[in-house]
Every structure is written in structure tokens, then in C-alpha cells.
Design a protein around this ligand. Structure first.
Ligand SMILES: Nc1nc2c(c(=O)[nH]1)N[C@H]1C(S)=C(S)[C@@H](COP(=O)(O)OP(=O)(O)OC[C@H]3O[C@@H](n4cnc5c(=O)[nH]c(N)nc54)[C@H](O)[C@@H]3O)O[C@H]1N2
Ligand SMILES: Nc1nc2c(c(=O)[nH]1)N[C@H]1C(S)=C(S)[C@@H](COP(=O)(O)OP(=O)(O)OC[C@H]3O[C@@H](n4cnc5c(=O)[nH]c(N)nc54)[C@H](O)[C@@H]3O)O[C@H]1N2
Ligand SMILES: [Mo]
Length: 766
């Protein structure tokens, strides 16, 4: 068994699949049926119903899915849930168990031969598991022994040789305690999933508007005159956003969607919680759909600005001069750059029809208050930071910031990814933060910046890091360049994962490996002082509580807070420098919140305000036109057009989520809206491109990504004809991750370029 190869790439999930016409309508009855089917298949039904009624309800738990906010007053009695929220629930509260017997039955090699779908469906982890050096099976271990082993290893290395990753589901309380432990231990190596996600937004927004978060509230979305949704697929990834867009339409709003793919959720929506809407057949959401070429967004926004300037110079009234004069800098420079930009080049680079861009400009001028929403189609590009700065330019010209119905809306992914960052999960926190943390706990934390994700992978690959600890997530599969990342993890002395379910990162391990099973959001968290709740921050900066309702599926599960505290106690058992009472913090989360209040601005009176019905809003300068930049003004910036040219015979490939997955967790093998059934190893391709290259539907190809002289490949993927701009291809994340080069990242934010991989296709002969 020992020398059997461990698959670090996901094996084929299915070898037969069907293609049908993509849908133009989303949600409605099929979504309700699918939710029930998932609950029925993976959960005990009474438990499932009880839990679903508590999801996103006051006093209940926050959906473990996305970070979209909940409405204050109008939560549906059916539960403020959505199809993909239910799938997230069914996944976490599953009736299946990956218990010690499961690991005794299957060696690591056998587990790695399972597809991601099968592996995930094996169920919830129930016991801490340990893989000894040279062993081929994980075996049950006690918590105490696990903490001891980790502490011994952590105390044997230099703290900067250890890496502490966080995925974005971790609560504020757990995240704060975790970063405290890591910094008290002696490093700022705190990479997180945000590095691969909205880091470009954070960088661009903090430079231009003085805050790395979006500026709008849910009410703004309802009230905006115009919403432009760029590089985002809310029908699948933020389904509750659709009911906010529906409300915007009902209030007379206009929606523009900018996306290479015509996503069903953006086109038409039937609200599943309103019987009348189900009978009436729903609403058309998007007024203007712009099938942009991959990474054509910056050119598109520039083209819009050229047209707006023309209109401004002709008739006036387009730019908000009062605002611009009083509260911005860089206006003259940006106008000068717009004047020298070439409109035809911008049109060509965007891949859009000139008439469509003119229509969009007219809609912008006709509608006073504008919000721009965006997600991964914008951030995961080499020039992602610049594109977002260009988006800010457009909003600033219109004065569309810091007033009702206007502003920036980066739509966050994981349900507490924004909160984790607020809590200090970041490799380079400010000096002010460190000083307060030091004072609150009587410690001296290191100031040297740590590794973000890409640098952490490189450090492991180069053997500069020896311990990898992950608070949630599935680092191997989520990270770029799967083969390279796998080698990095294998170079470690110890890899540890705090997880709810088995995933591929458990199988591609260091010399020793540990899996620590934790409570999920849905489960009751009992500690010394009693029943605990945690808190999370949604995409719009509202902090609110989340309380699990289901009894934990195994008595051995620990909360993430208890795991951090347990590890800290073991690591600092003989420490003279760190003298923190971890038991007090673990036993009563109010005590952690008191400390958060001491260290992090905006959390005054945390324990009282978090108990209020709708939680509380964190301060947000951009929302009130108080820009916390160096000069207190919003900054216009000049951003060059990116270089998108590729040699003949090459394509741009983007990686996206199907309707049946949560990042690397595969719920099922279908992508209902896109008409793909029972298959994930697919390459979506324009029909004309297929003809030109001589491909038929379902032809098999190997895909080669060529970057800086190195070729990376994936094999035996099937061509699916799809309505995409010519020259653009799409495939699913994580199957296509081996193609994303480790050294291809967004400038300034170091976000892997997952949306524009330069590839060639090679036919696989039958
Ligand atoms: N059910 C479910 N919910 C989720 C997730 C999930 O996996 N499943 N993941 C969560 C996470 S962590 C995140 S970050 C979010 C992700 O949410 P999204 O950003 O919506 O996720 P992606 O599937 O990456 O989709 C990106 C969209 O951008 C488009 N696109 C690709 N390239 C370009 C481009 O160059 N320009 C433009 N304008 N568009 C482009 C794609 O066609 C696609 O519609 O969702 C969160 N919610
Ligand atoms: N090619 C490509 N790569 C990408 C992307 C892309 O669009 N294309 N998107 C990127 C983005 S936006 C993101 S955010 C990252 C996501 O990266 P990650 O956050 O690392 O990945 P997930 O798949 O969300 O993690 C799933 C695992 O988390 C664990 N888990 C679930 N719930 C909990 C919990 O409550 N507590 C704990 N401790 N563990 C839990 C389970 O064991 C599960 O297997 O991937 C990035 N990678
Ligand atoms: Mo994300």
C-alpha cells in the first residue's frame, strides 16, 4: 500500500454527462424541489426541517453559505433561506459520519482515489485523527495527545516556520482568539482565503476610499436607481441577493449585468418565498446584459468614462462637481488620461458592441444614484486592483458614493470572511492594532509581516516553512498550481486541519498529520459558562449573533474557540512570556468579546449590542463620505489598459463555480442553470471557436497552460458548446486549478489569476 500514488488532483468525478440548453430563468419551483431533495438525501428529515427554520432567523444561526446580509424586518416565516443555503446546511448537518472506522477501512491512497464529491459525502468527522510518519492510515487520537504533539512540533521550530491559514467561516470570537494565539506564539504568518478572493477589492478600496470594505447597505441596494453587477453570478453564489435585486426592480431600478456568460440568475428570477410570484412566473432582472470578454472590464469602464466626459463637455450635469471639488483629489489627472485614451481601443478590448457601451452610458447618465457590485470575475485578474480603482473613478465622477442608493459593493464570499479580517486575520496588521493587542494581553507580538497565501505556498515549497495549520478550508484544492502546492504541503513536518468534513488537503500531508473535528455553525456550543453564541460580520459590515440549534453529532467535537484554547494551553504550558488565561476565554465567549472591544475599533459595548435584534453596524467612513485616506479625500487614480493579447491558437480560460458546489465542496455533479448534468471535467467553448478548431460537443481535450516558459496541464476534459465570447473558455474550480500558475497573481493583492489562464487545447484521440 505504502508506495501507492496519492492523488492530489481530483480524480474524474463521473465519465458520462449530458448537455442541455442553459436556463434563462432562476430559482422558482425547481429550486424548492432541489432543496427538499438535498435535505431528504443527506439529513434526517425532522432535524433538517427544524434546522432550516432557524437558519438566518433572529436567535438562530447564520447560514454557513455566503456573506450576503439578511433583511431586518421581512424575513420570511419559511426561513430566510435559499437553495444553496439549504445545500450548505445539508452538507454540514448530514446524517453520514466519517468516523475512525471509516479511516481504518480506507488507506490514504484509497481515499485519494475517491472523487471530491465522494470524499465529501463520506460525512462529518467525529474524532481527532492522527497520521504517524510512514503510516498509511489516519488513526483516532485523544484531544490531549493531539494538542501535545502539535505543541511539541510548534515549540521545536522557529515561529516564522509555521503557517496558520484561515478559511472564512470562522466566527469573530474564534478568529480573534486564533490570531492572538498565533501572534503570542511569535509570527504574523496568517494567510487566509481572502488572499485568493477579495484581496484586490481590499487593496483598491483602501487606497482610494480609505476603507477596504464596500460602502453600501442592503437598503441602498433596494433604493439604487442603477445597479451594475460585474463578474458575479449571484443566482448560484449569492441567491439571496436576487430578492434584493427584485426589490430594486420593484422600486423602479435598472440593472446592468457585465459577464462573459449569460447567467440565468441575473436574467430572470422567481422568488420561491412568494406564492404569488411563483404563479406569476417571476421578474426579469437585467435590463442590459453585456457579454464582456474575459478581463475586458477595465477597458469597458474606461470607454464609459470617455462617453460620460463627452456628454459632460457637451451639456454638463453629468459629473458631480460639488462633490468632486470638495472631497476628492486627482480629478484633473484622471480627466487628462480619459482625454488621451482611445475609445475604439477600449471598445475592442472590452469585446462588447459599441452600441451596447453607448446604451450603458446613457443608462448611467439617466439614473442618478448608482451602485456597482462585483466579485471574482473582477478580483481574480492580474489587473484586478486597477479595474476596481477604475470602478471607483466612475462612481466618484457621478458622486455615487456615501449617499442613499449609491456606492461600492464587493460581494463577499465566505459567510465571515469579512469579520475574520476585521479580527486581525491578516499578515500585515497596523502598528496601532499590535500595540492594543499587546496591551490587552501583556504580550509582545512580532511586527515583521508574515506570509499571505502565495508566499506561504512558496515558503513550504522552498522548505522555509515546516508546520502548516489550517483553521477550516481546503487549502490544497483551493490554492493555485495544485502540483506545486501539493509538493509544498508534503515538504512540511506537520500539517493540521481543523475541519468538519474530510477533504483532499487531509490526504496530501506533511511527515505527520492531524485532523481536528469541530462543531459547525448549526450545532449547539456548550462551554463552562453554558450555551454560547458567536458573532459574524456580513458583506455590508453588520455584526450579528449566530447560535447553533442542533445537538452536536459527536460528543468529541470541540468548538473552534476550544481548539485554539486547547492548543494555546499546550504550547504555552512552560512559557514565561505568555500568561493568558485561556480557560476563562474558552469558558465564556463574552470574555473574548470584551477583549475584542478593547483591541478593535467599532466594537464598543460589543456584548450588549451584539444581543440586539439586528446586531449592529460597524463604522464605515466611505458610507458617510469620511474618507480615511492620508488627506481625508477620495482619490481618483489613473489606470492603464491591461495587456490581453495572446498568440494565435491560444485561449483565455476562466475558472468558475457550478451551481452544485461550495468552493471545493462538491454538493452534486450538475450545473442546472448552465444545462450540464452529471459531469465536472468540462471546458465550455464558443461554437464558432469549436468549428474553427474542428471540435464537436463532448470531444476530449488536454488543456495546457503556458506561463513564463512552463507548461501545466489537465487531461481528458470534454468540450461543451456554450454562449461565450470568442477566444474565451470556462472550466470549473477546483478541477482546473492545476493550470493556475503560482507566479501568476494580481499586482499588489497577490490574488491568483484564476479567471484568465492562457491555454492551448490538444485533442485526445478517441
Ligand atoms: N453556492 C455557493 N455559494 C458561494 C460559493 C460557492 O462556491 N457556492 N462561494 C463563495 C465564495 S468564497 C465566493 S468568493 C463567492 C464567489 O461568487 P462569484 O464571484 O459569483 O463566483 P464565480 O463562480 O467565481 O463567478 C464569477 C463570475 O464572473 C464571471 N466572469 C469570469 N471572468 C470574468 C471577467 O473577466 N469579467 C467579468 N465581468 N466577469 C467574469 C463568470 O462568468 C461568473 O459569472 O461566492 C460565495 N458563495
Ligand atoms: N481556480 C480557482 N481557485 C479558487 C477560486 C476560483 O474562483 N478559482 N476561488 C478562491 C476563493 S474566492 C476562495 S474563498 C477559496 C476558498 O478556499 P477555502 O476556504 O480554503 O475552501 P473551502 O472549499 O471553502 O473549504 C471547505 C472545507 O472547509 C471545512 N469546513 C466547512 N465548514 C467549516 C467550519 O465551520 N469550520 C471549520 N473549521 N471547517 C469547516 C470543511 O472541512 C470543507 O472541506 O478558493 C479560491 N480558489
Ligand atoms: Mo471567496
Amino acid at each position: 500500500m505504502k508506495d501507492q500514488k496519492i492523488n492530489h488532483r481530483p480524480p474524474q468525478s463521473s465519465d458520462s454527462f449530458e448537455i442541455s440548453t442553459p436556463k434563462e430563468k432562476s430559482v422558482g419551483m425547481p429550486a424548492v424541489v432541489e432543496s427538499l431533495r438535498q435535505m431528504n438525501k443527506y439529513m434526517d428529515m425532522p432535524k433538517a426541517l427544524r434546522a432550516s427554520l432557524k437558519m438566518n432567523q433572529k436567535g438562530g444561526f447564520d447560514c454557513p453559505g455566503c456573506a450576503w446580509p439578511d433583511p431586518d424586518d421581512e424575513r420570511s416565516p419559511l426561513g430566510e433561506y435559499c437553495e444553496n443555503g439549504i445545500k450548505a446546511l445539508a452538507e454540514e448537518a448530514t446524517k453520514f459520519r466519517a468516523n475512525p472506522d471509516f479511516f481504518l477501512k480506507h488507506s490514504i491512497a484509497e481515499l485519494s482515489a475517491m472523487s471530491d464529491f465522494t470524499l465529501g459525502k463520506s460525512g462529518r468527522l467525529t474524532q481527532p485523527m492522527y497520521l504517524a510518519e510512514g503510516d498509511d492510515h489516519y488513526r483516532a487520537i485523544s484531544w490531549e495527545a493531539a494538542f501535545k504533539k502539535m505543541a511539541a512540533q510548534l515549540n521545536a521550530v522557529n515561529p516564522n516556520e509555521a503557517i496558520f491559514y484561515t478559511s472564512g467561516r470562522t466566527s469573530n470570537e474564534a478568529a480573534f482568539l486564533y490570531q492572538l494565539f498565533v501572534r503570542a506564539y511569535g509570527t504574523n504568518n496568517l494567510p487566509d482565503c481572502s488572499n485568493m478572493c477579495h484581496e484586490s477589492s481590499g487593496k483598491a478600496l483602501s487606497q482610494t476610499l480609505g476603507i477596504g470594505k464596500g460602502s453600501v447597505t442592503l437598503e441602498d441596494i433596494h433604493q439604487a436607481d442603477l445597479i451594475m453587477v460585474m463578474g458575479q453570478n449571484p443566482g448560484t453564489n449569492h441567491p439571496r441577493m436576487l430578492s434584493a435585486l427584485e426589490k430594486n426592480k420593484a422600486n423602479g431600478g435598472t440593472i446592468i449585468a457585465v459577464n462573459p456568460m449569460k447567467e440565468a440568475g441575473l436574467v430572470h428570477y422567481t422568488n420561491p418565498q412568494k406564492v404569488s410570484r411563483m404563479l406569476m412566473g417571476g421578474v426579469d432582472l437585467t435590463d442590459l446584459y453585456l457579454p464582456i470578454r474575459i478581463n475586458g472590464d477595465l477597458a469597458f469602464v474606461k470607454a464609459l468614462m470617455i462617453l460620460l466626459l463627452e456628454k459632460e463637455e457637451k451639456n454638463g450635469g453629468v459629473f458631480d462637481h460639488d462633490f468632486i471639488k470638495a472631497q476628492t483629489t486627482g480629478y484633473d489627472e484622471v480627466i487628462a488620461s480619459i482625454k488621451t485614451a482611445d475609445f475604439d481601443t477600449c471598445v475592442k478590448e472590452s469585446g462588447l458592441q459599441e452600441a451596447d457601451i453607448r446604451k450603458a452610458a446613457e443608462l448611467i447618465v439617466a439614473n442618478k444614484n448608482m451602485i456597482i457590485c462585483w466579485a471574482m470575475g473582477i478580483t481574480q485578474q492580474v489587473n484586478g486592483v486597477d479595474t476596481i480603482k477604475e470602478i471607483v473613478n466612475l462612481l466618484l465622477l457621478r458622486g455615487s458614493i456615501g449617499k442613499s442608493g449609491a456606492g461600492t459593493c464587493p460581494v463577499r464570499g465566505h459567510s465571515n470572511v469579512q469579520g475574520d479580517r476585521t479580527m486581525g486575520i491578516y499578515e500585515s496588521m497596523s502598528e496601532g492594532f499590535h500595540q492594543k493587542l499587546d496591551k490587552a494581553f501583556g504580550i509582545q507580538t512580532p511586527r515583521e509581516h508574515g506570509y499571505a497565501t502565495i508566499h506561504a505556498i512558496e515558503a513550504m515549497y522552498e522548505k522555509k516553512a515546516k508546520v502548516f495549520f489550517a483553521m477550516g478550508g481546503n487549502f490544497l484544492s483551493a490554492a493555485p498550481d495544485t502540483d506545486y502546492t501539493a509538493e509544498g504541503l508534503r515538504n512540511c513536518e506537520l500539517t493540521v486541519h481543523v475541519s468538519t468534513k474530510p477533504n483532499r488537503s487531509h490526504l496530501v500531508h506533511g511527515k505527520e498529520a492531524i485532523i481536528l473535528p469541530c462543531l459547525g455553525r448549526t450545532e449547539m456550543d456548550m462551554q463552562a459558562s453554558g450555551y454560547q453564541f458567536v458573532s459574524v460580520e456580513n458583506s455590508m459590515g453588520v455584526v450579528h449573533s449566530s447560535k447553533g440549534v442542533l445537538s452536536p453529532l459527536s460528543p468529541a467535537l470541540k468548538s473552534e474557540v476550544a481548539i485554539v484554547a486547547g492548543l494555546a494551553k499546550a504550547v504555552f504550558a512552560n512559557s514565561e512570556k505568555v500568561n493568558i488565561d485561556w480557560n476563562v476565554l474558552e469558558g465564556d465567549y463574552d470574555k473574548i468579546r470584551e477583549k475584542i472591544e478593547e483591541v478593535i475599533p467599532g466594537f464598543e459595548d460589543y456584548n450588549n449590542r451584539v444581543r440586539e435584534k439586528n446586531g449592529f453596524e460597524l463604522p464605515n467612513g466611505a458610507r458617510t463620505r469620511n474618507f480615511s485616506t492620508s488627506d481625508g479625500k477620495a482619490h481618483f487614480t489613473v489606470n492603464a489598459l491591461p495587456e490581453n493579447e495572446i498568440p494565435a491558437g491560444h485561449y483565455h480560460l476562466g475558472t468558475v463555480r457550478s451551481h452544485d458546489q461550495y468552493n471545493t465542496t462538491i454538493y452534486g455533479l450538475d450545473d442546472r442553470y448552465r444545462g450540464i448534468k452529471n459531469g465536472r471535467e468540462v471546458i465550455l467553448m464558443n461554437k464558432k471557436d469549436m468549428q474553427l478548431a474542428g471540435f464537436k460537443a463532448k470531444d476530449k481535450v488536454n488543456v495546457h497552460s503556458i506561463f513564463k516558459g512552463k507548461t501545466r496541464s489537465i487531461f481528458n476534459f470534454s468540450i461543451v458548446p456554450y454562449d461565450l465570447p470568442q477566444g474565451n473558455l470556462m472550466a470549473y474550480f477546483p478541477e482546473a486549478n492545476p493550470l493556475v500558475p503560482i507566479d501568476s497573481f494580481a499586482l499588489e493583492s497577490f490574488t491568483p489569476v484564476s479567471k484568465r489562464i492562457v491555454v492551448k487545447l490538444e485533442r485526445v484521440s478517441a
